[in-house]
Write a protein that binds this ligand. Structure first.
Ligand SMILES: Nc1ncnc2c1ncn2[C@@H]1O[C@H](COP(=O)(O)OP(=O)(O)O)[C@@H](O)[C@H]1O
Ligand SMILES: [Mg+2]
Length: 242
């Protein structure tokens, strides 16, 4: 999808004009005892608008750290992340929070639902904090993730699959430009994993959001536009699927 056009339709277009997110030369170190360990090393990566990118790699290779940096949930020691026109490290906390609310969605392996809010309230939460309300959209999403009968349940009354379906609906409720998912099916059995991924991909199709998923699932990698492989804090492969 990304590199298949041999003849650009507009000769003046920049090669990077489709890039929604551009990370340049990211570095991240952590202090472990006496040692400072480099866990992300000069990583540069871009994600185009609407693109579906899968990140693979062994446990400990830096996938979650990289995702956290791309989503500005964590700060790099050096390097920049640009989303659209905004360089995230230049923004103050309020501006960053506003961009997270309007432009980004997140799905985590361990669901991260708010325990005192119902399914409907969890899904509506990103709209609430942006002081928006869209009951029709929330209801539509609850139906799409097949949780209409669970609307008023609390997270601890739900199965893992139901919790993650709630999290997927929440991630997409504000029609974000980009959704980050870190091993979203890692805590689910095969049936629930398939269902959650299908919903994530269906909803992404509807919203046109770009999607960056860390996963070990080769079937998912086959569906991606591009697969990036990490090894020991560096990107050691990037392949574009036809
Ligand atoms: N806050 C931290 N303190 C110390 N070490 C960390 C921290 N975060 C990550 N690491 C280390 O950095 C490496 C990359 O971690 P991570 O990004 O979680 O990898 P992955 O998601 O690919 O399993 C691992 O060796 C991990 O132990
Ligand atoms: Mg991880």
């Amino acid at each position: 999808m990304t590199l298949s056009n041999s003849a650009p339709s507009t000769p003046t277009a920049e090669p990077t004009s489709k890039a929604l997110l551009t990370a340049s030369q990211l570095n991240k170190t952590v202090q472990i005892g006496e040692q400072r360990l480099s866990i992300i090393k000069d990583v540069s990566i871009h994600v185009d608008a609407g693109e579906f990118v899968v990140i693979m790699g062994k446990s400990g290779s830096g996938k979650s750290t990289l995702l956290g940096l791309l989503a500005a949930l964590d700060y790099p020691d050096s390097g920049t992340v640009k989303l659209g026109e905004n360089t995230l490290s230049d923004l103050d906390e309020d501006a960053l929070a506003a961009i997270r609310q309007s432009d980004m969605g997140f799905v985590f392996q361990s669901f991260h639902l708010l325990p005192t809010l119902t399914v409907a309230e969890n899904i509506a939460f990103p709209l609430d904090i942006a002081r928006r309300s869209d009951t029709a959209r929330v209801d539509e999403l609850i139906a799409s993730v097949d949780l209409s009968h669970r609307r008023d349940s609390l997270p601890n009354q739900l199965s893992g699959g139901e919790q993650q379906r709630t999290a997927v609906a929440r991630a997409l409720v504000s029609q974000p430009k980009i959704v980050f998912a870190d091993e979203p099916t890692g805590n689910l059995d095969e049936h629930n994993a398939d269902q959650v991924m299908r919903l994530l991909l269906d909803l992404r199709q509807q919203t046109g959001s770009a999607l960056v998923v860390v996963t070990h699932d080769p079937a998912l990698a086959e569906m991606a536009d591009r697969v990036i492989t990490m090894h020991d804090g560096v990107i050691d492969g990037s392949a574009t699927n036809e």
